[in-house]
Ligand binder design. Structure first.
Ligand SMILES: *Cc1c(COP(=O)(O)O)cnc(C)c1O
Length: 410
């Protein structure tokens, strides 16, 4: 691997504190109950940052819950946390994608869940039997309610009642949590979110009145914490009120914000951001210059010869390309500049096409004369995942999840 994904533990911890403060302020003035807790989402290999690099840092910071993609990622995360000394109890780990739909896959996943003390998400009766069969007696599960994503989750009403009955017939399983997921958390107009919250509140009431006693209730994501547009801002306090009404503990699931990024609130409402100003990008994606080459005026650069030098130029070759997650859409186009990297603290624009494992950048204007072996910042101070997202016409989530390099903590 030719690049390093350097995770700043200091910044990750600072973001945890920023999220915590924002959650506390969202329910102020305090009424004596703890403010909503944080479930730190490290699925998809920690959004590209390395789940087993981030998990121990988050566990040491006292985060009570981690969220992973599947039982296998959960197993690796559990082992990474078991290897360190902790003052308090180890974090619980939520397996956020539902179990495999095939019998053999479901059985193996259930065994991993039990062996590594994970908490799976369930929403239909078929998912219960393999978990009950593997259970050592008190296996926690979290029940997802579909309030408007039409993805995972049981719809409130009849189907929910039947599922609660099915769960009641499995003594090896314990209803530890109930949650839902918002579809439009970054919208300033919170009509959809409000409707989803109402459905969730009603489902929670129905669960408690039919004898269910989940210990945790959770909703939302980074944008739910960030969004202080008047209609959206109340979601955290409504979640907090559920803790008062039920005695359960409550939490918000935060992924992107942990890594220092928030989606823009739509429509653009920067005055309503209450988390984003508190965050720091956690990742520095690094490599080094392979070699320097001087090209004459008229030389073309890269596949399809899309770039022709209009003057003598000095280029730096870097050993990273689209196979590593440096998007091909960052190539320079029609003489227009595309993406850039940072070398000696200066922008070095990409010239020509990004290829599979190689990219050339222009260092002609950098008077300090970069040379082979010098540090290159592909993402970090001076170039962000949002910049790449804008140029590649995709979300910062997609940029981060697509990175391939060696994760290390710094
Ligand atoms: C991925 C995910 C999150 C985290 O979302 P961010 O926008 O990254 O904070 C929260 N909840 C669920 C159910 C998710 O799948």
């Amino acid at each position: 691997m030719t690049s390093i994904l350097e995770v700043s533990g200091q910044r990750l911890r600072a973001n945890v504190r920023g999220i915590d403060h924002t959650l506390a302020e969202a329910v102020a003035p305090s009424d004596g109950r703890a403010h909503p807790a944080l479930l730190a989402v490290i699925k998809a290999n920690g959004y590209g940052h390395g789940a087993t690099i981030c998990a121990p840092i988050l566990a040491r910071a006292g985060v009570p819950w981690l969220g992973v993609t599947d039982a296998w990622e959960g197993a690796a995360v559990r082992e990474s946390v078991n290897r360190i000394e902790l003052d308090g109890p180890p974090p619980s780990i939520l397996v956020m994608s539902g179990p495999p739909g095939d019998a053999a896959g479901a059985r193996v996943a259930a065994e991993e869940v039990v062996r590594h003390a994970l908490t799976p998400v369930v929403w239909n009766a078929e998912q219960l039997a393999p978990l009950a069969a593997a259970s050592a007696g008190d296996q926690p599960v979290h029940l997802e309610i579909d309030t408007g994503m039409s993805r995972q989750g049981v719809p409130p009403g009849e189907a929910l009642q039947r599922l609660l009955e099915a769960l009641g017939r499995q003594p090896g399983l314990r209803l530890d949590g109930v949650f839902t997921h918002f579809a439009t958390a970054e919208a300033a107009d919170a009509r959809q979110t409000t409707r989803q919250m109402e459905l969730f509140e009603a489902a929670v009431a129905a669960i408690f009145s039919s004898g269910g006693k989940p210990g945790w209730l959770h909703v939302g994501n980074s944008s739910t914490i960030d969004n202080a547009a008047p209609a959206a801002a109340s979601m955290i306090s409504r979640l907090h009120a559920l803790a008062g009404a039920t005695g359960a503990r409550v939490m918000v699931r935060c992924g992107l914000g942990l890594y220092g990024i928030c989606l823009p609130l739509a429509p653009d409402a920067p005055a309503s951001e209450r988390l984003r100003p508190r965050l720091y990008p956690v990742l520095t994606w690094r490599t080094t210059i392979t070699s320097i080459l001087e090209i004459p005026e008229g030389a073309s650069v890269g596949y399809s010869a899309t770039f022709t030098a209009d003057r003598p130029m000095r280029l730096a070759l870097i050993p990273v390309g689209y196979a590593d997650g440096l998007r091909r859409s960052l190539s320079s186009r029609d003489g227009r500049t595309g993406g850039w990297v940072m070398i000696h603290n200066r922008r070095a624009p990409i010239v020509g096409r990004v290829s599979m494992n190689l990219t050339t950048v222009d260092v002609t204007g950098i008077g300090s004369m970069p040379k082979a072996g010098d540090d290159v910042i592909l993402l970090g101070d001076g170039v962000s995942a949002e910049d790449h997202g804008r140029l590649a016409d995709c979300l910062p989530y997609e940029i981060l999840c697509g990175l391939r390099g060696v994760p290390v903590s710094a």
